[in-house]
Write a new protein. Structure first.
Length: 444
């Protein structure tokens, strides 16, 4: 597409798009069309990454097991068997069109360390620069709860943010997000454009297909992560993957030729879209009015994205503990000062220096509350890398920095946290259940 900027596009396929829900046979027509679409996107000059679920589903078929086992070791064994078949299937399908692919298997631990995160980023870039399509999955064989992304929707959003993707497609077995589950509610209404995800009103509480992990709720979490990192996130139906091409071309046509990869003001002003699933034959770049797009949900990207170091800090490592800080310390951090020990009210967890912790703002109390604490109303606001270990912060909390030397016998820094090691959540990208998590920490 002459005149259009090449985009980086991540396409995530859920298990429901890769294997038949009942027979667990691979859905070859869908896989073939995805391959065709990805190669067309490459021909249009775009960089393409596929996040493919399905290892466990393919493993079930391979071993003639009917039901997803509950036991972790059995699941991990099935994933190992299935991943091998899955990647060879992708490789052979892409090979027909002489498109090289690469397998990348990740756990959260692999990128929780900043240097390893950079290594992963460099590998993706090296592959994409050579025109290779990386095919990503969670490394299920190694991942246990503590080091798991947990679902591939989240993995795909973190991948999209890591490689500064322009678009993330979450391909699934429904056309789009509805106001309630369309499987059980025939009157469910489609939601086409979401410009403020924190104000989204949709019931996503019911589970999805029997093999899928998160249903629609993990797609909303992925959309929160993706859009906060500046990635336009799209939910679309996988049974017609050609739609990806139509949507990409439509969105490109909406942009002015001079626009950059970051979202333009135009991308945020939405007009109603005409729809059809017919394929498009394009010889010259069309205008958006010439194009029709299939039903999908589009989550618009933040105009002020969180990227790189801050995104990594907020969303990649699992926090090792919690620092409870008062509102004065919170204000100082917002005003770009570091966190002094005097502003720390409480400490939870057993973390070491330079590990990542949750930052929770609390209100101080004059006397202990019902839980015996001298604070109340906890609200998680961000993440930070600490200069001191948990046991040390417990001793210096509430004190002036000049006292650190006397209390600990040494003073590495006047700050518990340096300002550049703090990341604050945006309203739209906060953890979905912060209060429950924090209250749980209080009860423990
Ligand atoms: N509000 C909703 N809108 C659309 N789908 C929903 C909604 N709530 C729940 N779902 C369910 O989510 C399913 C997709 O999730 P899932 O089966 O986990 O897909 P995948 O395997 O593609 O990740 C749909 O089939 C649908 O039943
Ligand atoms: N990593 C797992 C899939 C996990 C997952 O998130 O599945 P899904 O909800 O279908 O995207 C597998 O390959 O079987």
């Amino acid at each position: 597409m002459k005149g259009n900027k090449p985009l980086t596009i991540v396409i995530k396929l859920g298990t429901s798009s890769i294997v038949d829900e009942k027979t667990h046979e691979p859905l070859l027509p869908i896989l073939t069309l995805i391959v065709d679409t990805a190669v067309k996107l490459r021909k249009d000059g775009h960089r393409v990454v596929i996040v493919s679920s399905g290892a466990i589903g393919v493993g079930l078929r391979r071993m003639d097991v009917e039901k997803r086992p509950k036991h972790l070791a059995q699941l991990q064994a099935l994933a190992a068997i299935g991943q091998c078949r899955l990647i060879s299937l992708w490789d052979s399908l892409f090979n027909h069109l002489r498109q090289p692919v690469a397998q990348i298997l990740l756990t959260r631990n692999d990128i929780a360390d900043r240097t390893r995160y950079h290594n992963a980023q460099n590998t993706f870039n090296a592959l994409l620069e050579q025109g290779v399509i990386p095919i990503v999955n969670e490394n299920d064989t190694l991942a246990v709860a503590e080091i798991k992304f947990g679902d591939n929707d989240t993995l795909s959003a973190i991948t999209a943010a890591m490689i500064h993707a322009d678009m993330l497609f979450l391909m699934t077995d429904v056309d789009c997000l509805y106001d309630k589950n369309p499987r059980t509610n025939p009157d469910a209404q489609p939601i086409e454009v979401v410009d403020d995800i924190s104000a989204l009103q949709a019931d996503v509480s019911s589970a999805g297909s029997s093999l899928g992990t998160g249903g629609m709720s993990t797609k909303i979490i992925a959309a929160r992560l993706g859009t906060s990192a500046g990635v336009t996130t799209i939910i679309a139906k996988s049974s017609n993957p050609g739609n990806v091409l139509n949507i990409v071309r439509y969105l490109q046509a909406k942009r002015k030729p001079s626009s950059s990869s970051s979202p333009s003001a135009e991308d945020h002003g939405e007009e109603s879209l005409s729809r059809s699933t017919s394929s498009l034959k394009l010889s010259t770049p069309p205008s958006s009015e010439d194009l029709s797009v299939p039903l999908h949900t589009r989550f618009l990207p933040s105009e002020d994205p969180i990227r790189d170091r801050h995104f990594w800090l907020l969303h990649t490592p699992n926090p090792h503990g919690t620092l409870y800080i008062d509102s004065g310390a919170h204000k100082a951090l917002i005003g770009k000062a570091g966190l002094l020990p005097v502003g720390v009210v409480d400490v939870k967890g057993n973390f070491a220096q330079q590990e990542v912790v949750r930052l929770v703002v609390v209100q101080r109390r004059r006397s202990p509350g019902p839980n015996g604490k001298l604070w109340e109303n906890p609200e998680e606001v961000g993440r930070a890398i600490v200069n001191y270990a948990a046991a040390e912060i417990s001793r210096i909390k509430g004190h002036q920095s000049v006292d650190i030397q006397d209390i600990l016998g040494y003073a590495d820094s006047e700050y518990v946290v340096h300002r550049q090691h703090v990341g604050f959540f945006r309203r739209e990208s906060r953890p979905v259940t912060p209060t429950r998590e924090i209250n749980q920490a209080i009860v423990e």
